[in-house]
Design a binder for this molecule. Structure first.
Ligand SMILES: [Zn+2]
Ligand SMILES: [Zn+2]
Length: 380
């Protein structure tokens, strides 16, 4: 081989490597996702509006006409009417619609058994799953461009977090821990339209699907995950941005009063503390949230990461770690703050504000996740 030929081969190899790298990141995405909709239950009611079939792990097959049946967990396996089945069992509806405790879901069910409890997993196409997420994650009355941006980030989040609940035998749960999912019963015309109009679109950065974290209301500026989750090597798209579009959100400012006893009990799970006398806000993140809180108590002082403090106490009662003031008075603790959520990534109320100002979903996404690209994935 001549030197010139060799150079050509090397160039072709290099281009192929680049292409392969890019394709590998976006191709080979599973068409289906496994969602844990009930975890550790003793019994559940399932059913179909048409015929459905149950298949157990030994190959035993039971056919049912439309209606409901009760599944219960026994020492040996799963009991259905008078039949005893070996777990895991799979339930296939003939019309792709299955009911669990009166809620309708697309796809089919896989029911696994662990330590005499059942986990009910809904297996369905990602695009169908997203139609059950959007109405629960954002209001179905939101502007279409905001719904479309949520569709893209929910799809991106799903693909980047396959196997998040691997230990429990499914991909994602159906709560705020992953993404809130309500199934077919919650579908709306507009949220379905948002999923359809962004079909297979995801956000990528350097040819990889991004970690599309998002939250409800940033309160003015999104934050870097280094302060919140102590991440290192923060990608450019998650470094935090000025928002200014969530000023009309319900929790743009909030106040909360909690009993000293309530907070003390929560913090005492990890630290031995006396009566809380004062809570000082220590340091600011780049988004003007608190870095730490210093808790002065009758037996000493402890410092906690401000976000962790919120999670330890109660993330529903303390809406964010953007504290404006924390005062202790007469066994009560008074909080004033801004925004709702961890403040990292896209601000959902900000997308609503941007869409109301006429911005397209592509502009919105590239604003909150700068230097990313919108690309189309292929399912297998
Ligand atoms: Zn989860
Ligand atoms: Zn915002």
């Amino acid at each position: 081989m001549t030197l010139k030929n060799m150079r050509h081969v090397l160039i072709i190899l290099f281009i192929s490597m680049l292409l392969c790298q890019s394709l590998y990141a976006l191709d080979y995405v599973n068409k289906n996702v496994n969602i844990g909709i009930l975890v550790d239950v003793s019994s559940t009611v399932v059913g179909g509006s048409q015929n459905f079939t149950i298949l157990d792990s030994t190959g035993k097959k039971l056919k049912f006409s439309k209606g409901t049946i009760t599944l219960s967990c026994t020492q040996e396996g799963i009991k259905v009417n008078s039949y005893s089945l070996h777990a895991p069992i799979t339930i296939f509806p003939s019309n792709n619609i299955i009911f669990v405790n009166s809620q309708a879901y697309n796809g089919y069910l896989c029911i696994k058994k662990l330590k005499n409890k059942m986990t009910v997993i809904n297996v369905l196409a990602i695009e169908e799953y997203l139609k059950g997420v959007l109405p629960r994650e954002v209001g179905a009355s939101w502007p279409i461009e905001a719904l479309k941006s949520q569709a893209v980030i929910s799809r991106t989040y799903t693909i980047a977090n396959f196997n998040k609940h691997k230990d429990q035998g499914f991909d994602l749960c159906s709560t705020t821990h992953c993404q809130v999912y309500g199934g077919l019963s919650h579908h709306t015309h507009l949220t379905n339209q948002a999923v359809n109009e962004t079909n297979r679109e995801v956000l990528t950065y350097k040819d990889k699907v991004i970690q599309a974290v998002f939250h409800a209301t940033c309160g003015g500026h999104t934050d870097s995950p280094e302060y919140v989750w102590n991440w290192q090597d923060i990608p450019h798209y998650l470094k935090g941005r000025k928002c200014g579009y969530c000023n009309n959100a319900p929790y743009i400012t909030w106040e909360q009063v909690l009993d000293e006893h309530f907070i003390n009990e929560k913090l005492s799970q990890n630290n031995k503390i006396g009566k809380i006398k004062k809570i000082n806000i220590k340091g600011k993140t780049s988004a003007k949230a608190a870095k730490e809180v210093e808790i002065v108590h009758s037996k000493g002082t402890i410092n906690l990461n401000a976000y962790q403090f919120r999670i330890l106490v109660d993330p529903w009662k303390i809406k964010s770690h953007t504290f404006e003031s924390i005062k202790v008075k007469n066994d009560k603790i008074y909080f004033k703050g801004k925004g709702w959520g961890h403040k990292v990534g896209l601000c959902q109320e900000g997308t609503k504000g941007m869409a109301q100002k006429g911005k397209t979903y592509k502009k919105i996404l590239l604003y909150f996740y700068p230097k990313t690209k919108i690309e189309t994935i292929k399912f297998i």
